[in-house]
Design a protein around this ligand. Structure first.
Ligand code: EPU
Length: 426
């Protein structure tokens, strides 16, 4: 049973060699539900082999879709036989991105019933901007007994101004608007690379979306989306995780299959911290020749420094020379992992959305848990640089979003292996 596994890491090895980045989790978890809007078969390539994909594929199959695995990273989705617009709590609670079923089912059937989504716990995670967008398009939305009911006679184009920059709401409104009558304009839209990827996927299927990647997106409604083939962009958060791991261990790693532009904020921050970063067309080399020095980090929507790399970069800062300030600008509560890091000797004080990180000379191996997906990746990086052995528990979080994480790290020279834990947790 995967959920009972733990990672055993013996720290001290420098990561060296080449690693290839998988397809982007936060793109694919939107693109798979988006297939509900398509009449023909969608072939999706570069799909990461991660648990979140299994969950969203299962949800689609439960709604009546046929999903065929051509190989472990290529799937064909046929939603022509779907005739159900209800996504039950048992599945939806497993992941945040199940909220994309709302926009996709609404766009297809003008009706959607989806339980309130689960996912990593970073404090309150509202979906008011998603609802505001659906209502602007003419849907009525009610929440009853934990189920979101959305329905519309007709979906009509609208001008939607997002009060907060939201990845999920921007994508959800695109999904609902893609077949609505007229031109929908989303203002103050999120600009993450996965927003562009979802728009490119929809356009490849016959949609007419302009401006994705800027803060004004125009969705010109079309009658129908037909099938096609699409390849998911590389995961910039996975790439950033390997960049930080390479820097932390003082190694020398070429990270392949990346779009360097998507990582500019990370590259700039690492350079500021005295790490060497070289950019090539579709790869990035990260290596270190001196000590890590302190830096302040504020997470922001793209193109700012990504919140999803805040836990890994904090591990790096925990062994930097000097005191750094980390300001979490996106989520209310994303420092849960810090308590685990402190068990390994880190000196960090958290006050609300701010962490003050006093660099220490060394971390020391300890049993720790993955509190969430990126917190889990951070614990693994901490284990790679700590003295002695680190055990990381609750791997289900890491498995949600990283394909073959420990195998990729082992191929770079890390001493890391997954072992089964018996019922007593040993
Ligand atoms: N927000 C609202 N109202 C809304 C929606 C969001 O106030 O209706 C607020 C949130 O509370 C938060 C901010 O807006 O403070 C940004 O939230 P956003 O909607 O952008 O986040 P999300 O779509 O729920 C996605 C990623 C997260 C990533 C964030 C920010 C997916 C499935 N998840 O979440 O990824 O942290 O964008 O970049 O795309 C991860 O991969 O580990 C992860 C958590």
């Amino acid at each position: 049973m995967r959920t009972l596994d733990k990672l055993l890491i013996t720290g001290g090895n420098k990561l060296q060699g080449e690693v290839s980045v998988s397809g982007a989790k936060n793109a694919v978890v939107a693109i798979i539900p988006a297939a509900l809007l398509v009449e023909g078969v969608c072939r999706v390539e570069n799909v990461p082999d991660i648990h979140d994909v299994t969950v969203i594929v299962d949800m689609l199959v439960e709604l009546g879709a046929t999903v065929k695995y051509i190989n472990k990273n290529t799937i064909e989705i046929d939603c022509s036989k779907v005739n159900c617009y209800t996504a039950p709590y048992e599945r939806v609670k497993k992941m945040r991105a199940s909220y994309y079923l709302l926009g996709a089912l609404l766009g297809r059937f003008k009706k959607a019933e989806v339980a309130f989504p689960g996912g990593c716990d970073f404090g309150y995670r509202p979906i008011d901007q998603h609802i505001k967008g659906f209502e602007a398009l003419g849907a009525s939305v009610e929440i009853e007994h934990g189920i979101i009911h959305a329905s519309a006679e007709e979906l009509e184009a609208a001008q939607v101004y997002m009060d907060v920059v939201s990845v999920g709401a921007t994508i959800n409104v695109m999904l609902a608007a893609v077949k609505a009558k007229g031109t929908t304009i989303i203002e103050n839209a999120a600009r993450e690379p996965h927003i562009v990827d979802v728009a490119n996927f929809l356009n490849a299927m016959g949609a007419n979306i302009k401006g994705a990647g800027t803060d004004v997106i125009k969705v010109i409604g079309v009658e129908r989306l037909t099938g096609g083939t699409y390849s998911i962009i590389p995961d910039q958060i996975e790439a950033g995780t390997f960049m930080i791991a390479a820097a932390a261990t003082g190694g020398d790693v070429l990270i392949k299959n990346v779009i360097p532009k998507h990582l500019e904020s990370v590259t700039a921050k690492l350079i500021e911290m005295n790490v060497n970063v070289e950019e090539y067309d579709d790869s990035i080399r990260v290596y270190r020749t001196g000590d890590i020095v302190k830096a302040n980090v504020k997470t922001l929507p793209y193109p700012g420094f990504p919140t999803d790399l805040q836990p890994p970069i904090t591990v790096l800062l925990s062994v930097a020379k000097g005191t750094s300030i980390v300001n979490e600008g996106v989520w209310d509560s994303r420092f849960q992992y810090v308590e685990e890091l402190k068990r390994m000797g880190a000196n960090i004080k958290v006050e609300g959305r701010i962490a003050v990180v006093e660099g220490v000379k060394k971390l020391s191996g300890a049993p720790v848990k993955a509190t969430d997906l990126r917190g889990g990746a951070a614990m693994v990086i901490a284990g790679l640089i700590a003295d002695g052995v680190t055990e990381v528990y609750q791997l289900e979080h890491i498995d949600r979003g990283y394909e073959n994480f420990e195998l990729k790290l082992a191929s770079l020279g890390a001493e890391i292996k997954r072992v089964s834990v018996n019922s007593k947790g040993k």
